[in-house]
Design a binder for this molecule. Sequence first.
Ligand code: CAA
Length: 258
Amino acid sequence: MDFENVLIEQHTNLAIVTVNRPKKLNALNTQTIKELHTAFKRLDENTEIKVIIVTGSGEKAFVAGADIKEFSDFTVEEGTELARKGQELLFDFVQNLGTPVIAAVNGFALGGGLELAMAAHFRVASSNAKMGLPEVSLGVIPGYGGTQRLSQLVGKGKAMEMIMTANMISAEEAKDWGLVNYVVEQIDLLPLCKKLAGKITNNSSVAIAAAIKSVNANYTNCVNGYSVEIENFGLSFGTNDFKEGTTAFLEKRKPNFE
Ligand code: CAA
């Protein structure tokens, strides 16, 4: 598969996967999700690769969310399928990879972008990064695992606040809240991720894969939560608020919810 929207670099046993749609702030359309799935699958199967870093192209965004233009006229069924397929191909897939994945959050990580960063095994952010789940401002809810993983990482109260207010938090706040492990200047972001990757590669890959599986096992009771999220994400597509929210974004105006 030739990639249109994803770049892969290999440096001996480290791979860097870059989401590359900078003009759309690296928003995740269906094509990009499929390409990311193939990229992560190939790298996980490559025994030379010991760590994967995922980041966004350009200096402004990691990933600004799912592609709003693509899904703005979706039906309830299409919305449900979008979330189900996306979770299966990318978000659950990354979380359950045996190869460690570090998210290098280099700018806006919103909606599906924050959900991708949260599916990674841990996160490092640049000081300009801003994170949030703004879906309710569009009349929809997070659909790529955000309601589950944000609560796991920052606790239920802070997750509820972030989801309900649709507010973005700064990189420093994200660090205080446990959402990212380190905050550095943008120029130092990849070097720090590479340094952490170097430490990981000194250790047993077999043991690390087993550790990832074991840590994730504590969250399997949330499987039902992911299904509830998919169902409610899909149902949002049948509401007038969803039509108004997505149309307002595309028309670059504030929504008028009923
Ligand atoms: N989908 C589609 N296009 C997007 C996008 C997205 N999520 N985010 C940004 N873009 C596009 C813009 O439409 C714009 O395209 P044009 O130049 O063709 O008009 C381009 O990227 C640059 O964006 P802006 O002009 O808006 O840049 P800005 O600096 O003024 O604002 C921003 C930056 C605050 C990140 C703003 O782009 C924004 O609010 N983006 C949407 C964020 C969002 O709501 N994400 C959640 C999506 S829903 C989701 O992810 C659902 C899910 O869980 C499955």
